[in-house]
Design a protein. Structure first.
Length: 225
C-alpha cells in the first residue's frame, strides 16, 4: 500500500469515527426525550443538577425561583388546552405562595369540545362558527377553579397578557397583581389598550415576568436518591 492509499484509508477511518459519534449522540442523547418548557431566550439552563456529596450540609444550587415556579405551572397548564391556534395557561397564587387555582383556555364544563368549533374565522362570516362565542379564557378558569375561595389580594400568573374581558373578572375578583409572560399586540387592539387602562385605574399591579431559568426539563423517571 503506497502513501496515497494509506492517507485515504486513514481519512476514511477518521470521518467514519466522527460520523458514528454524531449518530450516537443524536440517537442516544436522553435530553431528546424530555418534555421542555422554554421560559426565556438565553442559554443558561436551569441546573437540574446531579446529586451532591451526601455529607454536604448545604442546600442545592439551581432550584426554581417562586416566580419561575408559578409561571412554569401556568405554561404546563396551557399544554392542556385543545385550542389548535393558541394555548394559554394561568396560575392563581395566594399572598403566602399557596396555589389557589389553575386554568387554561377551553370550552365550559359539560360542553363537548368535539361539537363546538375551534376555528378562528368562518368561511361564511358567521361568528357562531368560530371559537370566540364559546371559549372560556385561562384567567377566568383559574379564578373560578378556586372552589369559590376569595381571590382578593392574590397574584395571577398568565402566559399571555389578559384582554379587557379577563381584566374585568380579575378586578372584580380582587386580584392585586398580574404577572404575565407575553403581551400580545394586535395593532394597538382596543381589547388590550382597555385592559391596561382598567387594571391601572383599579390599582392592580402589572409586571412582565423576568425568568431566572432559561428552561425547565421535566423527566418522567424515578428521582435521584
Amino acid at each position: 500500500m503506497n502513501s496515497r492509499e494509506l492517507a485515504l484509508v486513514s481519512t476514511a477511518a477518521v470521518v467514519g469515527a466522527v460520523a458514528s459519534a454524531i449518530a450516537c449522540r443524536f440517537f442516544f442523547n436522553p435530553k431528546k426525550h424530555r418534555s421542555q418548557i422554554d421560559l426565556s431566550r438565553n442559554d443558561a439552563p436551569l441546573n437540574n443538577g446531579h446529586s451532591q456529596c451526601p455529607f454536604n450540609p448545604s442546600k442545592r444550587n439551581g432550584y426554581l425561583s417562586w416566580d419561575d415556579y408559578f409561571m412554569a405551572i401556568a405554561f404546563l397548564s396551557a399544554e392542556r388546552s385543545k385550542d389548535p391556534n393558541r394555548q394559554v395557561g394561568a396560575c392563581l397564587v395566594s399572598q403566602n405562595g399557596v396555589i389557589l387555582g389553575i386554568g387554561y383556555n377551553g370550552f365550559p364544563r359539560g360542553c363537548p369540545d368535539d361539537k363546538l368549533p375551534w376555528a378562528k374565522k368562518s368561511k361564511t362570516g358567521n361568528p357562531l362558527e368560530t371559537k370566540y362565542p364559546y371559549v372560556c379564557h385561562a384567567e377566568v378558569n383559574a379564578i373560578l377553579n378556586t372552589n369559590h375561595a376569595s381571590a382578593s389580594g392574590q397574584r395571577l400568573y398568565v402566559t399571555m397578557f389578559p384582554c379587557n374581558e379577563c381584566a374585568k373578572v380579575i378586578i372584580q375578583s380582587g386580584v392585586s397583581e398580574v404577572v404575565y409572560f407575553i403581551e400580545k399586540r394586535m395593532n394597538n387592539s382596543v381589547a388590550y389598550i382597555a385592559s391596561h387602562k382598567l387594571l391601572s385605574m383599579a390599582g392592580v399591579k402589572v409586571r412582565k415576568h423576568q425568568p431566572l431559568s432559561s428552561q425547565i426539563l421535566i423527566k418522567f423517571e424515578e428521582p435521584h436518591t
